[in-house]
Design a protein around this ligand. Structure first.
Ligand code: FEO
Length: 170
């Protein structure tokens, strides 16, 4: 069995990951409403990845004999007034999620729960990639967003993103 605090944090993370999926669906819908279907596609796939993360946390808890409690998912509350807002909100959100993963890691480390630390290693790496991707989107938008033709091409590029299942299998 897992340490009580570690199990609680992992259970909370299930909700946080589903919230992330919800948040990115909100971003996807915002772009869809504004005719940027490629940006909408990028965030819809990001939402699928977040759902996968939630499922991985649930599966890990269940593999360790822990009961999973699902809580209400908060309403996405980011104010989206222009095309850059979701990009900045997404980057900030990923930095927040990284801090959550690190907090669980610290709790596991405190009780010498090496199994959970090993499980979380994948997420530590994943967060590095997600922060880089989110920051990369901001940089691209800053460079090209003000030119309609370049924005059209960037939207096409983001529209080419396809979903792939997580590389972590439990
Ligand atoms: Fe599940 Fe974007 O971190």
């Amino acid at each position: 069995m897992l340490d009580t605090k570690v199990a609680e944090l992992l259970n909370t993370q299930v909700n946080k990951e589903f919230y992330s999926a919800y948040l990115y669906l909100d971003f996807s819908n915002y772009y869809m409403d504004n005719g940027l279907e490629g940006f909408a596609n990028w965030y819809k796939i990001q939402a699928q990845e977040e759902r996968d993360h939630a499922m991985l946390f649930m599966q890990y808890l269940q593999n360790n004999g822990c009961k999973v409690t699902l809580d209400a998912i908060d309403k996405p509350d980011k104010e989206l007034k222009n095309f850059a807002d979701p990009l900045h909100a997404g980057y900030e959100h990923e930095q927040y999620v990284t801090s959550l993963i690190h907090t669980i890691y610290e709790a596991a480390n405190d009780v010498k729960d090496f199994r959970t630390m090993q499980f979380l290693d994948w997420f530590v790496k994943e967060q590095g990639e997600e922060e880089t991707n989110a920051d990369g989107l901001i940089k691209k938008y800053d460079l090209f967003g003000s030119d309609p033709r370049a924005l059209y091409m960037l939207d096409n590029e983001l529209g080419a993103r396809v979903y792939s299942a997580p590389s972590l299998v439990l």
